[in-house]
Design a protein around this ligand. Sequence first.
Ligand code: PMP
Length: 455
Amino acid sequence: MRDDAPNSWESRADTYSLYGFTDLPSVEQRGAVVLTHGKGPYVYDVHGRSYLDANSGLWNMVAGFDHPGLTEAAKAQYDKFPGYHAFFGRMSDQTVMLSEKLVEVSPFDRGRVFYTNSGSEANDTMVKMLWFLGLAEGKPQRRKIITRINSYHGVTAVSASMTGKPYNSVFGLPLPGFIHVGCPHYWRFGKDGESEEQFTARMAAELEATIIKEGPDTIAGFFAEPVMGAGGVIPPSKGYFQAIQPVLKRYGIPLISDEVITGFGRTGNTWGCETYGFMPDAIISSKNITAGFFPMGAVILGPELADRIQAAAEAIEEFPHGFTASGHPVGCAIALKAIDVVMNEGLAENVKSLTPKFEAGLSYLAENPNIGEWRGKGLMGALEAVKDKATKTPFPGTLSVSERIANTCTDHGLICRPLGQAIVLCPPFIMTEGQMDEMFNKLGEALKKVFAEVA
Ligand code: PMP
């Protein structure tokens, strides 16, 4: 695959770029995939090869890679007012309109919005808001944050501390005060003979025991993705949010729904919390908010937190936080258009109408003796590779099975993502049924080839 000439794109990428979240021996051997443009759900590399991107970029390019309405909205706003901040009581008209829109489409009857450039910063901002609140309300000890094992909340020092993945230990993280409770993945963590309902009850009991052990007064908030994304697409066990929300309420702990992936239609409703029937105290949004056409994140506060944080800010005359590009007018104009495109131009409907076919494709591939389970919600799904289906024994990590499957797919013009031993699919909302067939056919071939090699 790779072109080793010193002036090739691959060599230039290797020489000057520090790759993030990349298996370096693999990229050394195969070369970076350097992309130039996209069309619909396809992206094209410098050698003219095309790839059906079954991951919507990084879960975010829900409208595909060339939506004219979105580029026109960007261009019009660049022509009119290409940048401004949201400090000192100033902000663009687009920012005002987007906040209004976000509260309108949120599950809250009223609220307030604060902007960031990314999902990590939005989680970081929410944690700072909770810490700010603790101090302002005379509870300075209320600083601990609870999240779940296998959760993903970002890469800044705080959001990486929230993330429940072991790889952050290379940074000496998590910071003190970040606590991880059990992952509600029944198939993997359910005990022998334990029903899914019993498993859910155990998760809720474990959460309550952790709160009591840590001291309820020391907990500032609990963050959860409605469906864990980068943990390997893990929908919650049956009744999970209904079981944990009363526990959190009992101790006055805010529930923050990290909807960076699930927001704006991915699970079949505007919000993942709607899909799972719970009401959070705030929502973290990013990615789909601009259909990936601009880096943006947002904290959407529900009424109670909005009032408390506003009161705390008024008491000291400001909320001392913000990024240079918070509420960027171009980002806001794109987000306004993206929300309209997703909600009113049939994209959200596509998620609903494509979901049965998506589930059928996953379920068909899961008949393979080396797929332990398929799981998913709406248009996000995963296939879990196993050495032994009956015992759920994974392949040895040294075989890099999911990476090999993903590499084989790449060789055949399909981008999908290995996560642990799972292969993750998160197609753009504009995918057609024919493109979905292409996706499953190519993945099916790759599974056959790699399992034949490793079996
Ligand atoms: N939260 C969730 C649920 C995410 O999936 C991600 C990114 N994959 C983030 C936060 C972090 O967002 P970003 O990469 O924009 O910082």
